[in-house]
Design a protein around this ligand. Structure first.
Ligand SMILES: CC(C)[C@H](C(=O)O)[C@@H](O)C(=O)O
Ligand code: SF4
Length: 473
């Protein structure tokens, strides 16, 4: 019978059928960070168990870590303890651990692909919802909770309910300047924040296969914001070329034997999906969220909708709340909104390709005097590459605050990079929930290009606005 890509991976990893809809699934790669893991290790110790496959487990610190100096951890017991606990637990159980600032450290979802830890046809889990990122490599990758972390540590398996399948075919190609982030926002706007619940979203079509691996990671990363359990993209030459480069850089070039078989990690042509939609990439434009969930976005040609534009009562309520929290009125446009902060980073858009885009827009410009532009690399490797390419010089010349230590930073505000109540940001991260970047802070999610243009102009703007703005100044 014809199978979808995720069904192929599921079946190949099914250790035991546990019931009608539940299987025991083997896990190929288990990623850990400092949040959500201490209890799992405590339970493991209490039960006198060991980690089944420390060699298939990798730990890093990212959420609560400072981005300007390690010294900021001094005297901060809560954060130091979380980091030390993961370091000590990793040492005790023989798990590779990446300490803050050391080569290999960074946001979990940024370091795993750059270290070649995610391969086509594998299962990948982490105590973090944005594990969906790794679906870009035709891997079945999803977030798990603390008790599941313990189960994977102890057994390298997971009891799982079967996922449904949802194919989103993106035909034609994205217009110039329209990025994977804009595509993700358009998809979530269309399907809603619950549209993917219980499903693995498979992204298909020409527009998807013309995306770089970084862009595919951005798209798969945001699958969870549409409610999906995972996002996935079938293998093609782009996937294999990326992995060849990663392994060559590791000094372990891939052989034909290694890649053999990877090309089968695509859905069968006649596979049947539980749900399907088609999106025309050519009709898309740069998008920015105006509200407090990632489905509430508009383009630069639209204005903020009125409550009556929504048919659904819960969406009307959400819009009403969002107007108040975001201090917005229906009818305003994105360009009406002045901003105080721009954040470039996160597991959505903190990769080298994103930093290149930002540098490209910033070059020859200055950050607006009322704006703080915070740029946090997703990993030590991204930072070092940015420096090698001279991007740091462009950032500094523009007046941006390019941080030396990677991490989640202002994406979740679990370190000192937080916003004050009433401040408004353009952020390349993935969540615009109330209080996400600080109590009372207002977040507008956008692409790296839009973030950079907004930092220069001081209002929400896109790169094509810079020309007219330059003349007006
Ligand atoms: C802290 C962590 C568990 C959380 C997640 O699961 O996504 C965080 O990464 C986030 O983005 O909100
Ligand atoms: S960068 Fe943001 S979304 Fe990604 S793992 Fe960190 S907190 Fe979560």
């Amino acid at each position: 019978m014809a199978k979808t890509l995720h069904e192929k991976i599921w079946q190949a990893h099914c250790v035991k059928t546990l019931g009608e809809a539940e299987d025991l699934i083997y896990i190929d790669m288990h990623l850990l960070h400092e949040i959500n893991t201490p209890q799992a290790f405590d339970s493991l110790r209490a039960a006198n168990r060991t980690v089944r496959r420390p060699d298939l487990t990798v730990a890093t610190v990212d959420h609560n870590t400072p981005t300007s100096s390690i010294a900021l951890l001094e005297g901060d017991e809560l954060r130091s303890n979380q980091i030390d606990l993961l370091r000590d637990n990793s040492a005790e159980f023989g798990i590779p651990f990446h300490m803050l600032g050391e080569a290999g450290q960074g946001i979990t979802h940024v370091i795993a692909p750059e270290q070649g830890l995610v391969l086509p046809g594998t299962t990948v889990v982490c105590c973090d919802s944005h594990t969906t990122t790794h679906g870009a490599f035709a891997a079945l990758a999803f977030g798990i909770g603390t008790s599941q972390v313990e189960h994977v540590l102890a057994t390298q398996t997971l009891r799982l309910q079967k996922f449904k399948s949802f194919r989103i075919t993106v035909k034609n190609s994205l217009p110039a300047g329209v990025s994977a982030k804009d595509l993700a926002l358009a998809i979530i706007r269309r399907i809603g924040t619950g549209g993917g619940i219980g499903h693995v979203i498979e992204y298909a079509g020409e527009a998807i296969h013309s995306l770089s691996m970084e862009a595919r990671m951005t798209l798969c990363n945001m699958s969870v914001e549409g409610g999906a359990s995972a996002g996935i993209i079938g293998v093609d030459d782009v996937t294999i070329d990326y992995l060849r480069k990663v392994y060559a850089a590791k000094g372990r070039p891939l052989t034909e034997e290694d890649v053999e078989g990877w090309r089968s990690f695509v859905s069968d042509p006649d596979a049947v999906f539980d749900k399907e939609i088609v999106i025309d990439a050519a009709a898309l434009d740069e998008s920015v969220t105006w509200g407090t969930n990632p489905s509430q976005s508009i383009t630069f040609d639209e204005s903020i909708p009125a409550v009556s534009d929504y048919e659904d009562a819960s969406q009307q309520l959400a819009a009403e709340r969002a107007f108040e929290y975001m201090d917005l009125q229906p009818g305003q446009t994105l360009r009406d909104l002045s901003i105080n902060k721009v954040f470039v980073g996160s597991c959505t858009n903190g990769r080298i390709e994103d930093l290149r885009v930002v540098a490209g827009v910033l070059e020859g410009h200055k950050v607006h005097p009322d704006v703080h532009l915070l740029i946090v690399p997703g990993s030590v490797q991204v930072r070092d590459q940015a420096i090698r390419e001279g991007l740091d010089e462009i950032f500094h010349a523009a007046g941006a605050d390019f941080r030396p230590l990677p991490g989640c930073s202002l994406c979740c505000g679990l370190n000192e990079d937080q916003m004050k109540a009433g401040q408004r940001s353009v952020s390349t991260s993935n969540r615009n929930f109330e209080g996400r970047q600080g109590a009372g802070a207002r977040t507008h999610i956008a692409s790296p290009a839009v973030a950079a243009a907004s930092a220069i102009i001081g209002r929400i703007a896109r790169p094509s606005d810079l020309e007219a703005w330059g003349k007006a100044e």
